[in-house]
Design a protein around this ligand. Sequence first.
Ligand code: CP
Ligand code: NVA
Length: 303
Amino acid sequence: MSIRHFLSLTDLSPQELEHVIHTAIMLKKAHHEGQINKQLEQKVLGMIFEKSSTRTRVSFEAGMTQLGGAALFLSSRDTQLGRGEPIEDSARVLSRMVDIIMIRTFGHDIVERFAQHSQVPVINALTDTYHPCQLLADIQAYVEHRGSPKGKKVAWIGDGNNMCHSYINAAALCDFQLSIACPKGFEPDAQLVEQHQGRISITHNPIEAVKGADWVATDVWASMGQEEEQKAREQQFADFQVNHALMAHANHNAVFMHCLPAHRGEEVSAELLEDKNISIVWDEAENRLHAQKALMLFLLGKL
Ligand code: CP
Ligand code: NVA
């Protein structure tokens, strides 16, 4: 059987994605009931981080422990990766020692090259281009709160970044319409947009994007690696805050999501983030744990 990687959401078929989400919901229930599940006993997850993380690191490590396995935190700061050992060599060596590997890094080509040389499944835990693990959690949260996203309208407000690109892939896999509102010059990747014409629309007017939406999502204005652009972006994105006034244009039962960490007063108002009737960000964050447990079971052939 060939190795399955998860470098972008499109590495799963729509049916596989549905199966992973369904499993995540089951695993969450079982975990809350205190059931023990040791399906990954003796398995080791290698976690390579070239960027900071709270949720991703903790959810992968806790998830692996809960399934009876172990996780290794490998920062590029104190491995040979940070001293120039080629990614291809690191992949060949690490994949002879561990059973599954996740990587958070900059260029998407790095996870692709790593996967090409790995003999175990590789998971993209965020690159500059995609953040597919977050979408598993977001889709799970929507299903739990509102049911299937099929045929719904989703609005993405803000930067055409890694999260936005993963929302584009999710639109195709889950069969929803995606309306993206971003400032001029911050559109998502043109090729990806081209591929999904008919399913996504791009505007520079957040009200237009949110009108009639069932699910509204945003993210920070400056992503990791863009810290020096933060000040300039605060000006460029000033009209793109998601708040109650903007949400008033969405459907009456629309939910708000944010992958976190959030910058209150920038891309989201503090009031909206804390509004339990609209914001489901804490469930969304918790779902990283359950969704990635389901993903690891899937990639290791346990589903
Ligand atoms: N949402 C997310 O990936 O969070 P971390 O950067 O804390 O992992
Ligand atoms: N777009 C953000 C997501 C963080 C989880 C970043 O890449 O920094």
